[in-house]
Design a protein around this ligand. Structure first.
Ligand SMILES: NC(=O)c1ccc[n+]([C@@H]2O[C@H](COP(=O)([O-])OP(=O)(O)OC[C@H]3O[C@@H](n4cnc5c(N)ncnc54)[C@H](OP(=O)(O)O)[C@@H]3O)[C@@H](O)[C@H]2O)c1
Length: 225
C-alpha cells in the first residue's frame, strides 16, 4: 500500500528535495508552502501542494480541516528559520528570539499535535521534525547561534516528551539531523542536499518503534543530547 508523507516548508531547500525523493520512491507526498502559487518546483515533483504558515494557528486549523480523514504515515515538520547566527549576545534581540522559537519550536509541536488523528489512522505512525547538531548542549564547544540553538534544543525536549507520551498509541516520534546542507539557510555552505536527503529517507524508511525519542543524523549517527 502507498504510504503518505507530509513535509512542511517543502517549496525550497531540504523540504523540496525530501518531496522529490519521496515522490520518486513511490510515496504520496503532501508538501506545504506559505505561497502555494509560487511553489512550482514542489508541484513538479508530483506532490500535492497545500498552504501553511506554520506559526499561524488558523493556518494549521485550515490544513487539518482539509486533511480530515486522510491517513498520514509520516510527518516531517521541516519548516524552520535561522538568521544573525554569528551575532554576539548583546546584539540578540528579544523580537528575534521570539520569532525563532515560534517557528522552530512551537510550530512543529502544534503541527504534530493537530495532525495526530491523521497519524493514528496510518500504518507507519511516524512524527518527526528537523533538528540540528546545534541543538546539542553536550556538543556545544564554541558558542554563538543563541536563538537557533535554543529553539532546536527546546524542539528536542518537546519531541522526547511526545515520544514517551505517544509510544503506547503506536506513534514513533523522533528527530532528524540533516547535517550542514547547502541551502539558502547556509548561504550555499555544506553538503549537497541530495546526499543529506537520501540518508534521511533511508532513516525514515528503516524506522521502528524502538527509535522513538532518538535524534538521528542523515548518516545514521545520533546527535548527543
Ligand atoms: N541547511 C542546513 O544545514 C540545516 C542544518 C540543520 C538543520 N536544518 C533545518 O532543516 C530545515 C530546513 O532547512 P533549509 O536549509 O532547507 O532552510 P531553507 O532553505 O531556508 O528553507 C526553509 C523552508 O522553511 C519554510 N518556512 C520558514 N518559516 C516558515 C513558516 N513560518 N511557515 C511555513 N514555512 C516556513 C520556508 O518557506 P518560505 O520559502 O516561504 O520562506 C522554506 O520552505 C529547518 O528546520 C532547518 O533549521 C538545516
Amino acid at each position: 500500500m502507498t504510504s503518505t508523507i507530509l513535509i512542511s516548508g517543502a517549496n525550497r531547500g531540504i523540504g523540496l528535495e525530501l518531496a522529490r525523493q519521496f515522490a520518486e520512491g513511490g510515496w504520496q507526498v503532501i508538501g506545504t508552502a506559505r505561497d502555494p502559487a509560487g511553489a512550482s518546483a514542489l508541484r513538479e515533483t508530483g506532490a500535492t501542494v497545500m498552504p501553511l504558515e506554520a506559526t499561524d494557528p488558523a493556518s494549521i486549523a485550515a490544513l487539518t480541516s482539509q486533511l480530515a480523514g486522510q491517513p498520514i504515515d509520516v510527518l516531517i515538520a521541516n519548516a524552520g528559520i535561522a538568521f544573525n547566527l554569528g551575532a554576539p549576545p548583546a546584539q540578540v534581540t528579544r523580537a528575534d528570539f521570539v520569532k525563532v522559537i515560534r517557528t522552530n519550536t512551537i510550530a512543529p509541536f502544534m503541527l504534530a499535535t493537530a495532525l495526530k488523528p491523521n497519524i493514528l489512522a496510518s500504518g507507519r505512525k511516524v512524527v518527526s521534525a528537523m533538528s540540528s547538531l546545534m541543538s546539542s548542549i553536550g556538543a556545544n564547544d564554541w558558542g554563538t547561534q543563541y536563538t537557533y540553538r535554543a529553539s532546536k534544543t527546546a524542539l528536542n525536549a518537546s519531541w522526547k516528551a511526545l515520544a514517551r507520551e505517544w509510544a503506547p498509541e503506536g506513534i514513533t516520534a523522533f528527530l532528524l539531523r540533516p547535517g550542514m546542507v547547502a541551502t539558502d539557510m547556509t548561504e550555499g555552505q555544506g553538503i549537497d542536499v541530495t546526499l543529506s536527503v537520501a540518508g534521511m529517507k533511508k532513516v525514515v524508511e528503516g524506522l521502528g518503534t524502538a527509535d522513538a525519542g532518538r535524534i538521528i543524523g542523515y548518516d545514521g549517527f545520533d546527535v548527543p543530547w
